[in-house]
Design a binder for this molecule. Structure first.
Ligand code: AMP
Ligand code: GLY
Length: 425
């Protein structure tokens, strides 16, 4: 099978690593890729920030791909999977319409309401007056909990403000409105967060192992929200039966509701969950593999990846054998550029980034063939171990081997779980 991966992050590098170890994969390409994926997959120029679906389909055709795997949300929302399928090529990833589960938080809320999926109560805001009213209503309902104000559209994980400062909540909502966006005010969800991925073909749903992401920049969950600073899997503290419960109450009902609407969702359904004092609630859906959680979920998957994604793309998941998992745990630590997330500095030399488990995100090759930083999240340094403590130690040992001027990373990825400090409310 010839597999073309679309994207340029550490998620795509992790996909390439897993696909390379599937004997069914004869050839691998990654467009545009990065300095890490180039070691495994043929690179092709492609603008993933402003993707042209027809350019993705044309590349798939000329490269004679049997399967296209679309990594990021932006090309999916733009219709890349539709264009590839229209060209008669199997594609792992939802249609533009189905990707609205991620592309529009209000669409996702409508689907969840129709499907009876538990989520935070939300108030759509069309203008400044409604913003004040929504904040009044949510304050009356939750009595002193922080305000949650969201950009309704795609914002790379940075569109959400959680704050107890009402003026800051108003300012964030106003900034989104001023930029021409729509705003959602939400009930605050307490409790630890879980990312649960499921592969689906629009009918059958196969959950993967749960993971946890660290969205804040700084140790102890301080600083601004980022695209994600690290992750680990599986979750030693997760309640028994969590995956089955989420499959029954969230994943399957959502997939069924999308099919009922005539907008079947195939690809990767990512449920961002909060385990609150009132039960499991959906924080958000994403329509693709999460980054950085993919970097810890895929190394634990023993089932060959290409066959699984092909089954999703071709509607044959019901006939696919049950997923098999390796024992042990995985941890990934994101090494970010100076200035990330606000204004990442790029163009710095990166060394020591060719070791095992060092997945590349924002990297590029300079003219002389050396690796330079090219984005905010530069590397996702990953290790697998017999248990979480061993995986964590190995990941940080690998971090110590990389050099990037001005780099920063969290030192507490998976620490609370190793120390048994994750409490369910
Ligand atoms: P989102 O872009 O919706 O995934 O939100 C990004 C992050 O903001 C989430 O991972 C949570 O940490 C936080 N967040 C979003 N919605 C809520 C909520 N209703 N209550 C508490 N935290 C939230
Ligand atoms: N890990 C967060 C995301 O992929 O959106």
């Amino acid at each position: 099978m010839r597999v073309l991966v679309i994207g340029s992050g550490a998620r795509e590098h992790a996909l390439c690593v897993a696909l390379t170890s599937d004997p069914a994969v004869e050839a691998l390409a990654c467009a545009p890729g990065n300095a890490g994926t180039r070691q495994l997959a043929e690179p092709f120029a492609l603008d993933v920030r402003d993707p042209d679906p027809d350019a993705v389909a044309a590349l798939a055709r000329t490269w004679q791909a049997d399967l296209v795997v679309v990594g990021p949300e932006v090309p999916l929302v733009a219709g890349a999977a539709d264009a590839v399928r229209d060209a008669g090529i199997a594609c792992f990833g939802p249609s533009a319409q189905a990707a609205q589960l991620e592309g529009s938080k209000s669409f996702a809320k409508h689907v969840m309401t129709a499907a009876g999926v538990p989520t935070a109560q939300a108030w759509p805001v069309g203008g400044p007056a409604e913003l004040e009213t929504a904040l009044d209503e949510v304050a009356a309902l939750t009595g002193g909990a922080p305000y949650v104000v969201k950009d309704d559209g795609l914002a790379a994980g940075k569109g959400v403000l959680v704050t107890s400062d009402r003026a800051a909540a108003v300012a964030h909502g106003q900034a989104v409105l001023d930029a021409g966006g729509a705003v959602l005010v939400e009930e605050y969800l307490d409790g630890p967060e879980v990312s649960l991925f499921a592969v689906t073909d629009g009918t059958t749903v196969r959950p993967l192992v749960p993971a946890q992401d660290f969205k804040r920049r700084d140790d102890g969950d301080g600083g601004p929200n980022t695209g994600g600073m690290g992750a680990y899997a599986p979750l030693p503290w997760a309640p028994a039966g969590l995956v089955d419960e989420v499959l029954a109450t969230v994943l399957q009902p959502t997939v069924d509701e999308m099919a009922r609407r005539g907008e079947p969702f195939s690809g990767l359904l990512y449920a961002g969950l909060a385990l609150t004092s009132r039960g499991v609630r959906v924080v958000e859906f994403n329509a693709r593999f999460g980054d950085p959680e993919t970097q810890v979920v895929l190394p634990l998957l023993a089932t060959p990846l290409a066959g699984l994604l092909y089954a999703s793309a071709t509607g044959t998941l019901a006939a696919h054998p049950p997923l098999e998992w390796r024992a042990g745990s995985a941890v990934t630590v994101v090494v970010a550029a100076a200035g990330y997330p606000e204004a990442p500095r790029t163009g710095d030399p990166v060394t020591g980034a060719d070791g095992e488990g060092v997945l590349h995100a924002g990297t590029a090759l300079a003219d002389d063939g050396s690796v330079v930083s090219a984005g905010g999240r530069v590397l996702a340094v990953t290790a697998v171990g017999d248990d979480l403590a061993a995986a964590r130690q190995a990941a940080y040992e690998r971090v110590a081997g990389v050099r990037l001027a001005g780099a920063h990373w969290r030192t507490d990825i998976a620490l609370g779980a190793v120390e048994g400090r994750i409490a369910l409310p």
